[in-house]
Design a binder for this molecule. Structure first.
Ligand SMILES: Nc1ncnc2c1ncn2[C@@H]1O[C@H](COP(=O)(O)OP(=O)(O)OP(=O)(O)O)[C@@H](O)[C@H]1O
Ligand SMILES: [Mg+2]
Length: 274
């Protein structure tokens, strides 16, 4: 990395509960940032049931497994989405990677580090659940973005994830977006999560907005395309507001996640070499 180049912002999207809208959010956030001229990498960190490629209608040329085995490098696996950003496809049914071991995590870090100076923003679409890979990817990122819905199961699962991340991995700040809810319900949902988190955990939750439930979202996903203004102007506008709110957040430069650590490390190398 050249000295002076800012480290890419790395945001991990997580939820605990599956099917709440992480991938939907991740692809729109990537496209929104690309439209603003940012260089974006969207990494599908679901190594068991990847679906970024499906949602975007792109065909991966391989899986992260080949990268871990050293058969392909990250550059060879990368696919360009027509919306102007790069995608690192996850895997489907990669039982071998259910839990990345320390060596595999190292390969992942090194590969990410090798391309870090090309990007302004790296988005990590993390799998559902609270497995080791989920904890690894979220704690390696600069910021964690938790997607929740008003369903009680979404709240309990998000709480469980936040609890494990804070107690075991030292992640203390979380952005929270409420999907499939109108503004009032979204506020109530967020406050529920905050009230229980404030009581039992030492964390800071930061509300970044909400997105209503809309048939147009399902339709866009079915057509493997992104939501357009004409699909539902209101929903598209709500989405743009949330995405802008996320991207305009101050950087969390004091977080020392793994991916960040490597970028800082490479920056230090550059400084000592110069
Ligand atoms: N705002 C919304 N309005 C209507 N439907 C939505 C909305 N957000 C998500 N959905 C529906 O929820 C489904 C799941 O969304 P998505 O695949 O993004 O969830 P996910 O959290 O990534 O799931 P997984 O945990 O399986 O990776 C979508 O296919 C879509 O039909
Ligand atoms: Mg998903």
């Amino acid at each position: 990395m050249s000295v002076g180049k800012e480290m890419p912002r790395v945001i991990a999207l997580c939820s605990g509960k599956g099917g709440v809208g992480k991938t939907f959010f991740a692809v729109h956030l990537a496209a929104f940032a690309a439209l603003q001229g940012k260089k974006v990498l969207l990494m599908d960190a679901d190594l068991g049931l990847a679906n970024v490629d499906v949602m975007l209608g792109i065909s991966p040329q391989g899986s992260i497994l080949e990268m871990i085995r050293g058969e392909k490098d990250l550059q060879q696996l990368m696919v360009s989405a027509r919306q102007g950003f790069d995608v690192l496809p996850g895997g489907s049914g990669l039982y071998e990677l259910t839990t990345l071991d320390a060596e595999q995590q190292q390969v992942m870090m090194d590969e990410m580090r090798s391309v870090s100076d090309r990007y302004d923003l790296v988005l990590i679409d993390v799998a559902a659940g609270i497995g080791d890979n989920v904890l690894y990817f979220v704690s390696a990122a600069e910021s964690a973005l938790v997607v929740i819905t008003p369903e009680p199961t979404s709240l309990t699962d998000a709480y469980a994830l936040i609890k494990v991340l804070s107690r075991q991995r030292g992640v203390k700040r979380f952005m929270v977006v409420v999907n499939q809810a109108e503004a009032f319900d979204a506020q109530i949902t967020f406050r529920r999560l905050v009230s229980v988190a404030d009581r039992y955990l030492d964390v800071h939750l930061d509300y970044v907005g909400h997105l209503p439930y809309a048939a147009a979202v399902r339709k866009a996903i079915q057509q493997q395309s992104l939501l357009q203004d004409q699909d539902s102007p209101q929903t598209k506008q709500a989405l743009d507001v949330v995405l802008e709110s996320i991207l305009s957040r101050p950087r969390d430069i004091h977080r020392h996640g793994g991916l960040q650590f490597f970028w800082e490390h490479s920056l230090n190398e550059g400084l000592s070499a110069g």
